[in-house]
Design a protein around this ligand. Structure first.
Ligand code: MN
Length: 228
């Protein structure tokens, strides 16, 4: 058997301290998971979480430069904790949820906020606001065994050295384990799936030439520049 066109290269993430890479299958993203960000966007923090997705090949590795995306004049950064699923499952029990996570990373959920605002008003899908090319900068994965409990720790976003977002993992309404367990009631999670777990307050616009630096205590740093 051969393919009628060349198959796409396997999307993957670097692994801290290793030459091996983590193959990426799907990217799920949690909407609204930090109370202050929910308030700044004018929503009700008691709403249950919901999900959207990005293509696996939207990943931009740390240290790379990316072009300013097409079709937007309001590109926003959202720094997020990323969970990498190593063992799949359906209806995963909360107490077992972190056993399904292979590692964690820092990610940026880049958002074409202008397109999202139009989609929200019209009741349309968010795909083109969230799942565009190069919309998922991500740092190297740290194996979970080296990452600690992830129930607290600073999560921050700087642009050109200026702090824009500050939060703490303890402010997540749905914890990492909650996200794995809940998402697995909606889809069967598979090895290679990533879960971006939502962003703290302070989202703002980035432009051409800006240097984005995303940080979570204890995890490999993520720095991506937008081309001038
Ligand atoms: Mn987000």
């Amino acid at each position: 058997m051969s393919y009628v066109i060349p198959p796409a290269p396997q999307a993957s993430l670097a692994v801290q301290g290793s030459d091996d890479r983590f193959p990426v299958r799907r990217i799920f993203c949690v909407g609204r998971n930090y109370a202050e960000h929910i308030r700044e966007m004018g929503n009700d923090e008691r709403d249950p979480p919901f999900y959207f997705t990005k293509p696996a090949d939207a990943i931009v590795p740390s240290g790379e430069e990316m072009p300013y995306p097409k079709a937007t004049e309001d590109l926003h950064h959202e720094v997020e904790l990323v969970l990498a699923v190593g063992a799949g499952g359906s209806n995963i029990a909360l107490k077992d949820a972190m056993d399904h996570v292979w590692g964690v990373a820092v990610g940026i959920d880049l958002t074409r906020r202008d397109l999202q605002s139009v989609a929200k008003k019209a009741g349309r899908p968010w795909d083109m606001a969230k799942g565009f090319d190069q919309s998922a900068p991500m740092g190297a994965l740290l194996p979970l065994a080296d990452a600690g409990a992830l129930t607290s720790g600073a999560i921050t976003m700087k642009v050109n050295g200026e702090t824009r977002q500050t939060g703490d993992l303890s402010e997540m309404i749905w914890s990492a384990a909650d996200c794995v367990a809940h998402l697995s009631t909606l889809v069967e999670l598979k090895p290679g799936d990533l879960i971006m777990t939502g962003t703290p307050a302070g989202v703002s616009a980035v432009g051409k030439g800006d240097l984005m630096a995303a940080h979570i205590d204890g995890l490999p740093e993520l720095m991506v520049r937008i081309a001038p």
